[in-house]
Design a binder for this molecule. Sequence first.
Ligand code: NAD
Length: 258
Amino acid sequence: MKIGVAGIAGRMGRLVAEEILGTGAVLAGGTCLPDDVPPAGISRFSDISALAAAADVVVDFTHALSVRDHAAFLAGAGTAWVLGTTGLADVDQEAVAAAARRVAVVQAANFSPGVNLVLAMAERLGAALPAEAYDAEIIDMHHRQKVDAPSGTALAIGEAVARGRGADFAGLRVGGRDGHTGARRTGAIGFSAIRGGQVVGDHTLLFAAADEHIALTHRAFDRRSFARGAVRAALWLRDRPPGLYSMMDVLGMERTRA
Ligand code: NAD
């Protein structure tokens, strides 16, 4: 199986290239912007159409502005697509959906297999543990440079709990408690964000009842878990029919988006 990498000079692209070589699959090569310095010894393609023609599947960690072009060229060439780029506008997402009618696409905002398993388990725990008895709290810790809180993954975990409970997440979300907040509202899904040091990403989902606590923690130590998940998705795409798949599909679990 020949796997190409769009954005091969980037932080994710480099790791994806390493992971492809580690699996024994063929690294077809990659694309990068003119000023980028790609890793040594790889075939550099002039653009996505050339890469699409040379690969069975393209793993893409680039920029949202590339998504519409990539969707058109990969669909036109019949090349499968693993899309990790985030920050897509609605119109980009529509282009992804259109491509997925012609080729197989795996799209995930978080390719870490562990995070996707946590999302699936969060939904099941939410369904199993009644909101009246089990208070759901999500704690995330990230490095000091992170500008948003709670993290996107923390919010995805909260959404999964709400989905499991058949409840509307927006109405239950509570964060930034400070001062005289009043008692905890039944069914609320609470968020606490810790920032400091160089933590890549820690997430804990806690269900606190009067007589027991259940805690589920995921720790990411580096980006390699995302790269490994993306390559796993690329290998899974072999001979898949057209469609828009999630990492949950790759993992053989109930469909949930990261
Ligand atoms: P990065 O800036 O290190 O790398 C992106 C690379 O793509 C850069 O070298 C850039 O020059 C290049 N690029 C941009 N447009 C291109 C194009 N049209 N053709 C070829 N190359 C192009 O960023 P990163 O940390 O590798 O992240 C890239 C994207 O992946 C971001 O959207 C990020 O949010 C996302 N991401 C997703 C996951 C996940 O698990 N889904 C994990 C990490 C990052």
